[in-house]
Design a binder for this molecule. Structure first.
Ligand code: SF4
Ligand code: SF4
Length: 77
């Protein structure tokens, strides 16, 4: 409702579906998916929310459909 609000998108990993195949890394032109995987169960992809621009290029490469784009809203102040 506020005209100062801006909508944008960011990719998120669905941890339970990610198998750590690393195909998404090659898709990301801004290197928002770190080369080093860490996870509490096994290796998983992690997306740096400060680098991801929501371009969506990593989504079609994921064999597990484990990446989603979510809308984020923030206000300028
Ligand atoms: S949505 Fe784009 S910028 Fe974000 S992680 Fe995927 S390929 Fe990289
Ligand atoms: S392509 Fe999908 S399954 Fe493979 S590491 Fe990336 S998010 Fe995980």
């Amino acid at each position: 409702m506020s005209d100062a609000a801006t909508d944008s998108y960011i990719a998120v990993i669905i941890i339970k579906d990610c198998i750590g195949c690393a195909l998404c890394i090659e898709a990301c032109e801004v290197e928002a998916i770190p080369q080093t995987f860490t996870g509490y169960i096994s290796t998983i992809a992690q997306i740096d929310k400060n680098l991801c621009n929501g371009c969506g290029k990593c989504l079609p490469l994921c064999p597990q459909n484990a990446i989603k784009l979510v809308k984020i809203s923030y206000s300028q102040y």
